[in-house]
Design a binder for this molecule. Structure first.
Ligand SMILES: *Cc1c(COP(=O)(O)O)cnc(C)c1O
Length: 225
């Protein structure tokens, strides 16, 4: 057993408890035995950002784990995760959503997704802007999909020490979530999840209403580059 993992997890869960926010343990690059230790400590929700890695870990690990895809997802890889994935956080186009719908149907499933919103100042991060979000939610093509349900929004803040700026980005995402919920809830858009916050900024995200924090290095230690 890794005593550090246990200690990090206890601290994190104590911080999450009063908020009701859930933990997605981001296990990318970590070996299966590390995930198994986390499983032994009660973790059942793991986040991965690569399709092949997630598929291999799913095969090797207990079947009551919820696998969350948090990284950029290519359309041609959806088929590999459609049989087992629990939540896709990183949907950033209608094209991708349509493919998820198709593969979900082939697996007799309805797949839960989040729409990724671009909130950071960095151009490198993926996601929809406000106008694209509303256009998607209003479109008849979206409403016609029968095998996906959009459960909320996800965003990644700018990687900066400026906590006021990060807070504003999270707050903006929460306001957008509330506006979308009020104006556009439908059979396919049932927003209850707001996925925001990582190791460096999850405390701010909690204060701004996150329901899912995606924490990796703070739990498992730094990843190798
Ligand atoms: C890697 C990753 C995280 C976790 O990052 P940490 O800083 O290690 O907590 C969260 N979200 C996404 C989308 C990631 O790719």
């Amino acid at each position: 057993m890794n005593p550090q993992l246990k200690e990090n997890l206890s601290l994190l869960l104590a911080q999450l408890a009063p908020t009701g926010c859930r933990l997605v343990a981001v296990s990318k690059t970590k070996p299966v035995n590390t995930l198994m230790e986390a499983y032994g400590l009660g973790i059942r929700v793991f986040g991965e950002n690569k399709v092949q890695e997630m598929t291999e870990k799913h095969e090797a690990l207990p079947k009551d784990i919820e696998w969350h895809m948090i990284g950029h997802l290519q359309t041609n890889k959806v088929k590999y995760i459609a049989p087992f994935v629990s939540l896709i956080h990183s949907v950033d186009s209608f094209k991708l959503l349509k493919e998820i719908d198709k593969r979900a149907a082939q697996n007799n499933r309805k797949l839960d997704c989040l729409l990724q919103i671009h909130i950071a100042r960095e151009e490198t991060k993926f996601g929809l802007d406000r106008q694209e979000l509303f256009a998607l939610l209003e479109s008849p093509e979206f409403k016609a999909l029968e095998h996906v349900c959009v459960k909320g929004l996800m965003g990644m803040a700018t990687n900066t020490d400026n906590s006021a700026a990060v807070r504003e980005e999270f707050k903006g995402l929460r306001l957008l979530f509330e506006e979308a919920r009020e104006k556009h809830s439908s059979a396919n858009f049932q927003p209850v999840e707001l996925s925001m916050g990582m190791s460096g900024d999850y405390l701010l995200a909690l204060e701004e209403g996150s329901t899912l924090v995606r924490v990796g290095s703070l739990l498992f230690g730094e990843r190798q580059a």
